[in-house]
Design a binder for this molecule. Sequence first.
Ligand code: NDP
Length: 434
Amino acid sequence: AARNPGQPEFHQAVDEVIESLWPFIQQHPKYAEQGLLDRLVEPERVLMFRVSWVDDHGDVQVNRGYRIQHSSAIGPYKGGIRFHPSVNLSILKFLAFEQTFKNALTTLPMGGGKGGSDFDPKGRSPGEVMRFCQAFVSELFRHIGSDTDVPAGDIGVGGREVGFMAGMMKKLSNRADCVFTGKGLSFGGSLIRPEATGYGTVYFAEEMLKQQGRSFEGLRVSVSGAGNVAQYAVEKAMALGAKVVTVSDSSGTILDEEGFTAEKLAELMEVKNHLYGRVSDYAGRVGATFLPGVRPWHIPVDVALPCATQNELDAGDARTLIDNGVICVAEGANMPSTADAVRLFEASQVLYAPGKASNAGGVATSGLEMSQNAMRLSWPREEVDARLHQIMVDIHETCLRYGRAADGKVSYVDGANIAGFVKVADAMLAQGVV
Ligand code: NDP
């Protein structure tokens, strides 16, 4: 803490991992050697830079850009770019740290990184967004590359923004290799990448439910967020027979007791992805109930899928979900549950999966995009979806293998942390102190 003052999210993420790892390391002392843990919690490289650009009024705007290159132990740095006014060093360091373990869990050769800016895309014109993306890459380009660091999207960065950044990267580098994933289909993107995180979260939850002999059929599901991850979590949960009753954004929650339908989801996508509107705009279009200023967690459900942002579900929310009989909580977002909420879930009978396991389908499919680009071909939708599904089934298996206690109870938190750690740690030990 003394070395990283004012970084509460980073401390939160590290504390959770170390808590899981400690008993394991005591049983396997080789992982306490070579300063391994001290090295693992220190990013290999932290980049912070000025991004200056000109808005539609001709005024100069200045934002701060970041890229955290946390670990390259098992492959090139890999992780998304986030544009949101809340972005700071602490949040990006926590995300890059988590990403390192998550990427190891996918079994693909990808190290961990994360980046972004405090730029707020809300209310900005398409021209302003493009100029910002170009200004951001005009510095970032010298630090990234297909075998060095391969960024992708995250909050506030979707297909449009990745396109602008990949276009600028190509112009500056005079190369067409894969430096960004989440690209459009016309210039190297992979089918199923937009769907991957949401679908993957639901595939993972499906495996968890199978532990209790259940399926999604007929279950009530709440989803938070209304962005990329949330939209495709809604779609896949519906496809598996669930009734999805909520989505949300930072302005409030949509409650739809009738449940989402394909038509309603298409409306939500139109409002969020094309009109860049709010969920309250969506409510007006389909006649759903909008609950301003509240999160979805007080609504009784069987399965909760937090898909918005970090620390969006606190201990009080966890208590309410448990009291209301929730069976399964699978995180589509990164660290959406606070540390106290995680403790409550883990002490209860609820099946609880941390984001680094359940949302790994996004980066896994980014890994598949890198492979397709390197081979100069593109796999059909069914093939990518089948690979994604298999990867999620395998991550679930891995979590069971490393997370089952002597009494038979499974901690997906321990499973994901230990399994991800072992892969990264073995690679670090083999490569010496570098
Ligand atoms: P989007 O920008 O598409 O959507 C984000 C959603 O979360 C929006 O509904 C947004 O609402 C809400 N949100 C964002 N910040 C806040 C906040 N501070 N308070 C309340 N609500 C907020 O992002 P994604 O769907 O891509 O990402 C969602 C989560 O999933 C993040 O935690 C991300 O790191 C994680 N993730 C994403 C992956 C991907 O492939 N995209 C992969 C793995 C994890 P509003 O519009 O009001 O801001």
